[in-house]
Design a protein. Structure first.
Length: 96
């Protein structure tokens, strides 16, 4: 196999295994959760999903999220103690 064909084959195989934006840094919000690009990427991968941005002002979505994330804090004590963990940042964004 020529060098050009090998390079082309290597490039095409690496392009097939690119992860979705919601799993990479570019789809994640620095303050926790997903940004708009991450939400669109997740919805494209999972048809029928309808992710919405945080609702820190209150309401049923906030109550539900805060209850779920409290359970995550119990399941992941390392993340619960780290103030820079994605879980803690997301809870701050939701005002939990």
């Amino acid at each position: 196999m020529s060098v050009a064909k090998a390079a082309k084959k290597k490039q095409s195989s690496s392009q097939r295994h690119v992860t979705a934006a919601w799993q990479r840094k570019e789809g994640q919000n620095e303050s926790g959760g997903l940004n708009e690009k991450g939400r669109r990427s997740y919805e494209a991968k999972n048809p029928g999903s309808d992710l919405k941005p945080p609702q820190p002002g209150g309401g049923k979505r906030k109550d539900s999220y805060c209850a779920r994330s409290a359970g995550q804090m119990k399941m992941h004590p390392g993340a619960a103690k780290d103030p820079n963990s994605r879980l803690r940042k997301a809870r701050r964004a939701w005002n939990c």
